[in-house]
Design a binder for this molecule. Structure first.
Ligand SMILES: NC(=O)c1ccc[n+]([C@@H]2O[C@H](COP(=O)([O-])OP(=O)(O)OC[C@H]3O[C@@H](n4cnc5c(N)ncnc54)[C@H](OP(=O)(O)O)[C@@H]3O)[C@@H](O)[C@H]2O)c1
Length: 420
């Protein structure tokens, strides 16, 4: 009998309990021995009530073989996971905050103690991505990862697109549906996506990527007008996590981008996630599925538990995904160019065109049809795509644009991925 200690029994923990109760799981002789929660009263009438504890000591002093961490956050999850590994327990976690920050350190501790640390659920919820990256794509030199890795922001952007909601209304709806947390900052500011991108990039490129070094732009400034314009151009706005090998290293960024609707990622809507991995042998591989939620995420957690059981509770001869030691690479943004869709409100159209032409050597004006985007025309907006702008240059040029007398306001700047 393999004994499991569960740290946390919220959305994901209760999903893990539910899946382990299924016959197919029972056959594997797995048993949850103890469940750590913060407030036992909240859970008193649940079938697992007799297993509850509010003390980590009850878990670590028992004879559990695998500790499953689904509490979230860093403190005290980091301490509990570290203690579990030091005491020779295998650990499975769904915690991207923990893995992005302390993954390599905890993996080293696991190795030194002859146990395993698995974290498939930390990126992409139920989508198998970490193991395939390491195992199935091992023959490839991976050159690029592009993904929609945050379900909350994808839901918000999808609702803004499908129902014309503004950002605040779509966010409120996401909270009511349980897709966004009461404090949604980490999601809407792109920080959650940056952590996941750092984990994937570390594994794919075999270098340590510090999530704090990844340039991040959230979706909090995306307006209903941006979405209408994107739709008019046959595009969708998506929060894209992108990392790519360049001549000088690795570039990585998280930002809302305009994707042509023919792009496979543009069609990923609601809370779904998708990740496209480019390998030099295989080409593009698309991973798609439910990136969050109780049973999808628990499915990945339980998959990791089975993996440990399948290897007879031993780390001998098992080569898990290695998160590199922190010798953070300097991310390469200097050499990277992008196209940008820019909207400005002007008071002198001719003069504004002159300024734009002076600042952007290659640009293309967009003249929307009145019947479709009359609102933007009535507001004296000038809309253009600026091509081939160095990432390091864009802020400077936008500042200059904003200071011109003929321009009242820079309304929005959106990167364009591919041809828009
Ligand atoms: N939700 C998703 O869709 C999703 C998807 C992918 C990954 N994840 C990751 O999975 C993890 C869990 O997420 P969740 O949504 O299940 O969280 P949740 O619903 O908030 O549940 C957290 C659980 O941990 C317990 N807990 C929290 N702090 C504790 C402490 N200091 N001591 C003891 N118990 C504590 C809570 O106890 P009480 O019940 O007493 O409050 C609760 O049972 C996070 O790392 C998250 O990032 C979640």
């Amino acid at each position: 009998m393999v004994k499991i200690g569960l740290l946390g029994c919220g959305t994901i923990g209760s999903g893990v309990v539910e899946l382990l109760e299924r016959d197919s799981c029972r056959k594997n002789d797995l048993s949850i021995e103890k469940i750590l929660v913060r407030n036992k009263d909240k859970h008193y009438n649940k079938p697992y009530g007799c297993k509850l504890t509010d003390s980590f000591n009850d878990i670590i002093s028992s004879d559990v073989d695998i500790v499953v961490e689904v509490m979230g956050g860093i403190d005290p999850a980091y301490f509990y996971v570290k203690q579990s590994l030091l005491k020779g327990r295998h650990v499975v976690t769904a915690n991207k905050d923990l893995i992005a920050k302390f993954g390599s350190e905890l993996q080293n501790i696991a190795r030194q103690n002859g146990v395993r640390l698995l974290f498939e659920a930390s990126v992409g919820g139920g989508i198998p991505i970490i193991k395939p990256l390491k195992e199935c794509l091992a023959a490839n030199n991976i050159t690029e990862i592009r993904g929609i890795v945050n379900g909350t922001t994808n839901y918000i952007l999808s609702r803004m697109d499908s129902s014309g909601l503004d950002f605040e209304t779509a966010l409120k709806e996401a909270q009511q549906c349980g897709y966004a947390e009461a404090n949604p900052e980490a999601d809407i500011l792109g920080l959650d996506a940056a952590r996941k991108l750092a984990i994937l990039s570390s594994i794919a490129f075999r270098i340590s990527v510090n999530y704090e070094d990844i340039p991040v732009q959230g979706i909090n400034n995306i307006s209903a007008d941006d979405i209408s314009l994107a739709r008019y151009l046959g595009c969708s706005v998506k929060l894209l996590a992108l990392s790519r090998k360049t001549d000088h290293g690795i570039m990585a960024r998280v930002a809302p981008v305009l994707l042509k609707n023919t792009d496979s990622l543009a069609r990923v809507s609601d809370v779904y996630n998708a990740i496209v991995v480019k390998g030099d042998a295989v080409g593009d591989v698309l991973f798609f599925g439910r990136g969050a939620g109780k049973l999808p995420t628990a499915s990945a957690v339980v998959g990791d538990i089975f993996d440990i059981v399948r290897h007879n509770m031993s780390s001998q001869g098992v080569e898990d995904c290695k998160l590199e030691d922190p010798a953070p690479v300097k991310l390469d943004t200097a050499g990277c160019k992008s196209d940008f869709l820019i909207r400005v409100k002007v008071n002198d159209r001719i003069e504004a065109m002159n300024i734009i032409a002076g600042l952007f050597s290659r640009f293309e004006l967009i003249f929307p049809e009145r019947a479709k985007l009359g609102r933007l025309i009535d507001q004296d907006q000038v809309i253009f795509v600026a091509h081939d702008i160095y990432e390091t240059d864009i802020d400077k040029r936008i500042d200059l644009l904003g200071t011109a007398d003929c321009i009242d306001n820079v309304l929005s700047i959106l990167r364009v991925e591919g041809e828009a």
